[in-house]
Design a protein around this ligand. Structure first.
Ligand code: ABN
Length: 176
């Protein structure tokens, strides 16, 4: 028997021993019990209660106070509000410049029932604004490895001056 045959033979025996050990510990009954539990769980999950006050949306928005984090346009804004830092809802405070790249979210306006595309641009080139509430809403956001769908990012990265100051929220369209 050559070396290669010895190795494959050893692997066969190790695999067989492993499979036998699992089969010994996890019998058919325990498999059926677990599978049954999974099936019951899958059947029960859709009937669990959930909050319908926001039409099934995670974000409960208001339309009157644009200085509060739950203002409807901020549904996917992760940052400081520029209108509390000397700027406005759509304009960067003096001394800072708007980011060249942005993150676009889709927010529902409860006043007219429409969904809007909102561009969140960071304002760059000044120290972080600490006189504003820090908002962190994540409607439609996805994990960081999908960068285009992630909002926890310093969008000043493409600017000459990359220091993050605050974030503005400009409407760029209506979502169909
Ligand atoms: N887009 C706001 C932000 C800036 C720096 C770090 C995280 C998030």
């Amino acid at each position: 028997m050559n070396l290669f045959d010895k190795i494959t033979d050893w692997m066969d025996r190790a695999t067989e021993a492993g499979v036998r050990s699992v089969a010994h510990k996890a019998g058919r009954r325990s498999f059926l019990a677990r599978a049954g539990l999974g099936l019951v769980g899958a059947a029960v999950l859709p009937v669990l209660p959930f909050d319908r006050a926001t039409g099934g949306r995670a974000y409960a928005a208001q339309t009157t106070d644009e200085y509060a984090c739950d203002y409807w346009r901020y549904c996917a804004l992760d940052g400081n509000l520029c209108n509390s830092c000397g700027g406005t809802l759509t304009q960067c405070p003096p001394g800072s410049e708007v980011s060249k790249v942005s993150w676009v979210g889709t927010c529902h306006n409860p006043s007219d029932g429409k969904d809007y595309l909102v561009s969140y641009n960071d304002c760059c080139g000044r120290a972080e604004c600490d006189s504003s509430p820090f908002c962190n809403a994540n409607e439609g956001e996805r994990p960081g490895y999908r960068m285009g769908l992630h909002n926890d990012i310093n969008w000043c990265m493409a600017n000459a001056s990359q220091g993050y100051h605050c974030t503005v929220a400009a409407l760029v369209g209506i979502a169909e």
